[in-house]
Design a protein around this ligand. Structure first.
Ligand SMILES: [Zn+2]
Ligand SMILES: [Zn+2]
Length: 172
């Protein structure tokens, strides 16, 4: 996902469009959990704002096959992320506005968008993925998928963490 700026670098106001697609992407959640996702589509434009600042705007479209956080059923999700990034090839001068803090430094005539795209996807990844809004999850006792079966366990709809507590109180 390399943006070549050679054509627009000398002319403030000039714009270059881009359109990338990657079939599979490895998302690394801090080394704890690596997810294979894809396809990932990235589309947008980069504009020379002058002052050696370049503005990227666009959309990232992500599809992923993952598991429901509650019942572990394979679940497909789609994310649409708005992209808005500023790049510069000069270190910002001291005393500049605070809003310039988010400017990403690059060197030469090329910007590799890929690391930024990975970061955006991780930032926007949902904390919980559900196969359906009212997913009933798995029985904490026997593991039955409660969307498909009702099981024989008498769990009184108790949160499993409280069930342990109840057990402790009983044996006291
Ligand atoms: Zn589910
Ligand atoms: Zn059960």
């Amino acid at each position: 996902m390399i943006l070549n700026l050679a054509r627009i670098k000398q002319t403030p106001g000039s714009v270059a469009e881009f359109d990338f697609q990657k079939q599979t992407v490895d998302l690394d959640f801090k080394g704890q959990d690596i997810k294979k996702i894809g396809p990932v589509k990235v589309k947008g434009q980069i504009e020379n704002l002058g002052d050696r600042i370049f503005q990227v705007t666009g959309q990232v479209e992500v599809a992923a096959n993952t598991l429901c956080s509650r019942c572990l059923t394979p679940t497909q999700i789609k994310l649409n992320i708005d992209l808005s990034l500023k790049f510069s090839d000069v270190v910002s001068k001291p005393g500049k506005d605070e809003e310039d803090e988010d400017i990403i430094l690059f060197h030469g005539d090329e910007i590799d968008l890929y690391p930024q795209i990975l970061e955006e996807i991780i930032l926007n990844w949902p904390s919980q993925i559900l196969c359906k809004n009212d997913c009933r999850g798995l029985c904490p006792n026997c593991g039955a998928n409660l969307n498909l079966d009702s099981c024989e366990c008498n769990i009184d709809n108790i949160d499993p963490r409280f069930a342990v507590l109840k057990q402790l109180l009983k044996s006291d």
